[in-house]
Design a protein. Structure first.
Length: 142
């Protein structure tokens, strides 16, 4: 049914990330050759902030995000040949949707939080992913 599953991971909510991984494992148990990819999207910093950061901040930040994703994926205990990681920069929903298209994912499993005032004013990333993704999206709630 699904061959490539994309899992957006928020470093500030690893509990939800664990739930997404558990759901992806259920799909993987149903089919042998399911590939999964963890994605973390980092916001782009404004130029006014970048001027105050050390010269190698971008490289160090990228390495740190990659290391954190690797720790999560190692702990997930997927067969290594079926799991990959990617860090992207920009708007969460735009980068998740773009990665899904670039990687040709056929399912995105995304976590949803209880809506707060900011969700009503700005919209949630999960909602935007559901609206804009060209593949199926499974929303996992708490």
């Amino acid at each position: 049914m699904y061959n490539k599953i994309l899992l957006p991971i928020d470093f500030d909510d690893l509990e939800m990330g664990g739930r997404l991984i558990a759901v992806a494992k259920e799909f993987a148990h149903q089919r042998q050759k399911v590939k999964s990819r963890l994605i973390n999207v980092q916001p782009i910093m404004p130029a006014s902030v970048i001027a105050y950061l050390p010269p190698n901040f971008d490289e160090e930040h990228q390495k740190d995000c990659e290391r954190r994703l690797l720790e999560i994926s190692t702990g997930a205990a997927f067969p290594p040949e079926t799991l990959s990681n990617v860090v992207r920069y920009g708007s969460i929903y735009q980068e998740v949707v773009a990665e899904a298209e670039d990687w040709r994912a056929d399912l995105i499993i995304v976590g949803s939080h209880k809506p707060g005032i900011w969700s009503y004013l700005l919209g949630s990333s999960a909602e935007a992913i559901v609206r804009h993704a060209k593949c199926s999206v499974l929303v996992v709630r708490r």
